[in-house]
Design a protein. Structure first.
Length: 158
């Protein structure tokens, strides 16, 4: 029976021989734990039980538990379902999971994303219109404001 530590679970001492595959596995594992912990904290803040969220999101109770414990990394579709169940913007979970890049802060964007009256679709439409106006104004004035969120390279899902 070997007493050597698993390269993924082991320490980061200089003697460890972690290859590129081991490092990639560690990064994926950390990302899964991060999004899982974030989902759990949001669920607890909303005072929703694991069972209630699984029903609201249409995700099995065991699978949601595994996500929260960092054992599974959910797909974008599952994240969207969980976001809907928590009444959060799917964008928040996508950024947290590393699916989307974080955009520069904007008071308008933040206000739309946290509004609990709007549906996810309405939020997305409002943000698309806002982004369009920002790009148009930037083109018309030639103003290159790096602090303004007008660089949208990520793919949008329909």
């Amino acid at each position: 029976m070997s007493t050597e530590p698993d390269p993924i679970e082991g320490s980061d001492t200089p003697g460890d021989s972690a290859g590129p595959g081991d490092i990639a596995a560690r990064v994926v594992n950390n990302a899964a734990q991060d999004i899982g912990a974030f989902i759990r904290s949001q669920r607890e803040a909303a005072q929703v039980s694991l069972r209630q969220l699984s029903q609201l999101a249409g995700v099995s109770n065991p699978y949601l538990s595994q996500i929260e414990r960092g054992l599974r990394k959910p797909s974008a579709e599952v994240l969207a379902q969980i976001a809907k169940g928590l009444r959060l913007s799917a964008e928040v979970l996508y950024v947290r999971a590393g699916i989307l890049e974080h955009r520069a802060e904007s008071a308008v964007r933040d206000a739309v994303l946290v509004d609990t009256v709007l549906t996810e679709r309405q939020k997305q439409v409002l943000l698309d219109i806002y982004d369009s106006f920002c790009r148009e104004n930037q083109q018309n004035t030639g103003d290159a404001r790096p602090d303004h969120p007008t660089d949208f390279d990520e793919e949008k899902s329909s």
